[in-house]
Design a protein around this ligand. Structure first.
Ligand code: HAM
Length: 422
């Protein structure tokens, strides 16, 4: 008998694992900077949890792995992480611990989708949920955090699209506008799209149907259909992102596949990925926790797919950080040697082999010495570094260079070590 891998699943082999550890480690360190804490929920939940909050999505309609257990309970392998985290917030009365809970999670999700590159039946997400804040700062904070994470991983050419799908009050106005705009072309559209027109016109906006896309080209700015409150919320998110220099694009046709979104929605995409180009998706979900029986708890979050992200890292030839073996500290002038000695001592205290050459002060001479002794990294301190209290650290294998504040130099090398050793 031949055992094969179930369709849409894959083994993660030892040669791959460094990528997984690198992404998980980087994500955890970025989330920690924003004070997000980890939560772990079961891989299966009562199927009703998902039926209740994403009933309109394809996930519940056709993709959920449901089964009866031996006690006749209907369970589902979780297709996503937001509903389980919201359930855990209610089950464990987390609002009593802290009204505003900033949580992150990671793990496998399951959707019975047609497998293709970047689309699996078992895939892995890392996600965050900022639960209990209706402030637009929270929307902007999670978007900023996703951007910082993708930058920290070294990704290039990523795009953040954002939109607002409004609140319960503006949703009917938005839907009426879409209907009004498309009414005259309705008979030209497929049955499926006509059905969407009737039941969920918002979902027509991100349809891949070419005919519909040409009709939608002249769609008026949907921001006009938002209530004043939703407009203010969205404008605040935008101004906060601008203020932090986070690049994004307003995309009026961006609507998400899951039903629970209100107000801000966003997606991070890369053209380098082909058809499945969405790495990360998220948005605000102000009604979800109340729908599940909790108090009104406005929230916002996102999740990204590990498989797609790792595909992109490889496609963009992003090399993983090299664990430090022997580091070489280079002072580019006598006046910086005292500081360089201190740095070398700090590193040695953490157990890192560290070398210096006090006779050399020239950059090229230092590089030659570092290469001769097979150092993995060179730490440079010259005028610029001294002024800004920030060291230049060059990975001699990948040739990549980063700036690390004086005070963070030991933790920087520790993090590189852990990335590979975890
Ligand atoms: P989602 O857009 O369904 O959102 O999934 C988020 C990410 O998971 C996608 O951008 C993609 O990278 C990855 N993904 C989804 N399906 C697959 C698949 N079949 N194979 C591989 N990767 C996949 C959510 O799941 C929401 N819970 C996100 C969220 C969190 N919203 C608010 N908080």
């Amino acid at each position: 008998m031949e055992y094969t891998l179930p369709r849409g699943t894959q083994d993660i082999l030892p040669e791959e694992i460094d990528y997984w550890n690198f992404v998980e480690k980087t994500a955890k360190s970025i989330f920690a900077l924003y004070n997000f804490n980890e939560i772990r929920t079961p891989i299966f939940e009562s199927a009703n949890l998902f039926n209740r909050v994403i009933s309109e999505s394809d996930i519940v309609k056709k993709e959920m792995y449901t089964f009866l257990d031996k006690g006749n309970r209907e369970l589902a392998l979780r297709p996503e992480g937001t509903a389980p985290v919201a359930r855990a917030y209610i089950t464990n009365n987390l609002h009593r611990v802290n009204q505003h809970q900033k949580l992150f999670y990671q793990g496998p999700m399951f959707r019975y989708e047609r497998p293709q590159a970047g689309r699996y039946r078992q895939f892995h997400q890392i996600g965050v949920e900022s639960i209990g804040s209706d402030h637009p700062f929270s929307d902007a904070e999670v978007i900023t955090m996703s951007y910082r994470l993708f930058k920290a991983l070294g990704l290039k050419n990523i795009k953040i699209y954002i939109n607002s799908v409004g609140s319960d009050t503006c949703r009917p106005v938005i839907e009426a506008r879409i209907k009004q705009f498309l009414a005259s072309n309705l008979s030209q559209l497929s049955e499926n799209l006509q059905e969407k027109f009737k039941n969920n016109p918002l979902k027509m906006l991100d349809s891949k149907d070419e005919k519909l896309q040409t009709y939608l080209a002249g769609l008026p700015d949907m921001r006009e259909a938002l209530s004043q409150e939703s407009k203010d919320h969205f404008n605040f998110v935008i101004s906060y992102l601008d203020h932090l220099n986070i690049p994004f694009e307003y995309k009026p046709t961006l609507v998400r596949g899951l039903d629970y979104y209100t107000e801000t929605v966003f997606e991070v995409v890369s053209e380098d990925l082909g058809a499945q180009n969405s790495i990360c998706g998220g948005g605000r979900y102000n009604n979800l926790i109340k729908t599940l029986g909790g108090k009104h708890t406005p929230s916002v979050g996102f999740a990204f797919g590990m498989e797609r992200l790792i595909m992109l890292l490889k496609k963009q030839n992003i090399t993983l950080p090299t664990p430090p073996k022997l580091v070489y500290v280079a002072a580019l002038g006598k006046e910086y040697q005292m500081e360089a000695i201190l740095i070398a001592e700090q590193l040695r205290k953490t157990g890192l082999l560290t070398s210096m050459d006090y006779t050399k002060l020239d950059f090229n001479a230092h590089i030659k010495t570092a290469q001769k002794i097979s150092a993995s990294h060179i730490i440079i301190i010259g005028e610029n570094e001294y002024e800004t209290k920030t060291l230049s650290v060059k990975d001699l294998k990948t040739r990549s260079q980063v700036s690390v504040p004086f005070n963070d130099i030991t933790s920087y090398f520790q993090s590189l070590t852990e990335t590979i050793n975890v």
